[in-house]
Write a protein that binds this ligand. Sequence first.
Ligand code: ADE
Length: 235
Amino acid sequence: MARLRFDILSLFPGVFDPFLHTSILRIAEEKQLAEYHLHDIRDYSEDKHKKVDARPYGGGPGMVLQCEPVVRAVEAVGAMGERSARTILLTPQGRRFHQKVAEELAEEDRILLLCGHYEGFDERIRKLLNFEELSIGDYVLSGGEAAAMVVVDAVVRLVPGVLGHEDSSSRESFAEGLLDYPQYTRPPMYRGMKVPEVLLGGNHREIEMWRLQEAEKRTYERRSDLCDDNTRDSE
Ligand code: ADE
């Protein structure tokens, strides 16, 4: 049994496949540090045409996901596996997802992600399931799938042992509230642009200091909002 189990409920589970089985997420699965279970909400519809949505009461555009298939799907999937899951609904109306939330989620052993589609969910689904709601940003996607991928990716790379270099995730952008410092690799000169001398020198203390200064400078110039810790924590 892997260290962290994801259950993803969606109307389009097929869109996750290449994403979950490539690069870091695949490595995590191979190392049995994460496992991904996809579930098609439509499989839980009792309608003979597998319908899961209907027009909104009161009129208006689009279709609304119905209670019955969604609640049945969540209850059935929740009962799979031995552990109880932290349950999350992806919606633009949720709490903002950011690195601190990812760190918190990486401590869990099971996470259930419910992706909405169309114009949203019947409000009684929200009331009944009482899921934690997360938004990946202030824009409206046509479904929660891309948002679920963002969450899985940001969380899995924080699971200890997933990244080769044990502390590579804690050194990068946001982990310490700073944007990443600039990185260089071979060759030392490209189209007249030189790699900063300090990085070629091999003095680790100087390199650490230079990187910290660069990270601070970049954060201040590009994201001064991150320099104010209170802003980050209350997001
Ligand atoms: N579904 C649609 N838009 C979304 C967003 N911004 N975050 C999370 N889920 C969503």
